[in-house]
Ligand binder design. Sequence first.
Ligand SMILES: [Zn+2]
Ligand SMILES: [Zn+2]
Length: 340
Amino acid sequence: MSYDAIKETLLHPFTLFFDPSQRLSILYLFTALIVALAVYRVRTGSFKGLVAWLLPKEVLLHPSSKADYVMFFINKSVVAAIYASIIIQSQFWFDLVTNWLGKPETVEASLGVTILTTILVAMALDAALWFGHYLFHKVPFLWEFHKVHHSAEVMTPLTAARMHPFEEVIESIMGGIAVGVTAALIDQAFGQGAVMLNIFGINVVLALFFVAAFNLRHSHVWVRYPVWLQHIFVCPAQHQIHHSKARQHWDKNMGFIFGLWDWAAGTLYAPRGYEKLEYGLGNGEDGTWNSATTLYFRPFLNAYRLFASGWRNAFFNPEKSATHEGPKQEDPQGEQNPAV
Ligand SMILES: [Zn+2]
Ligand SMILES: [Zn+2]
């Protein structure tokens, strides 16, 4: 690895803020800030006390946030550099399908086809991410990795990077397959030539979604869409519900952009008004996940234990609604899960 490559890798956690293809870019943080300011002004009628409300010390200096900062740095530097080189991109799947079905004729794509392509590719990506997220909630050994994200007890936009690299790799591969295959099938249907509308190097639907105060989903700022709209698009409040400790919120709202998949699967939880939430796992493990070694290595250990206790336990959870509980034999109090 050259000196320049090492420098680029180590600086990436800082340079990414200036790259609008990244969800944490200052552009999207800025739009989130504007919405947060509007929320505060509407609620209180002034800007007095704004800074203490927006940047509470108890959130920013919480052990959970400090763990986020460490994980953000490691994930966005070393881990990002490693998996950028191993992830098979959507182009691979596109070429695979195109070679299999035959190269379609090149045509001049109409605006309608271009817009359709843009929306369908965004929907395919989102459906794949939803399904990946769903599996990470429902398959016990995968849940051990996803616990990393749910172990956040307070949230800032950097909590988005509190994600185990194993999960990021699996979900990136799923997203790559969905985008590549969908783009290839669209070409088969309409002829080669339809291009996706991109801005800043990402699908315009994704960019618009990031602009729409995306970063507030990992924060304490409650922004809720009307209930009907929550069935179509996921609002920040819905993702905060997803992070709630409360049992009635477990395994709900796994959508990234669209609420449609949760709606169809019966996992949508559309809050009708403000709900006071506490973030975390709610399974007795809160507060034990805030060191870097725990966040990176405990999931492997827990998954290994599950496999060692029998592959069925690793893949299937008989207690479908209580994935958060983890395996029964590890329950320290030996409590029975109350029926939900
Ligand atoms: Zn989250
Ligand atoms: Zn989740």
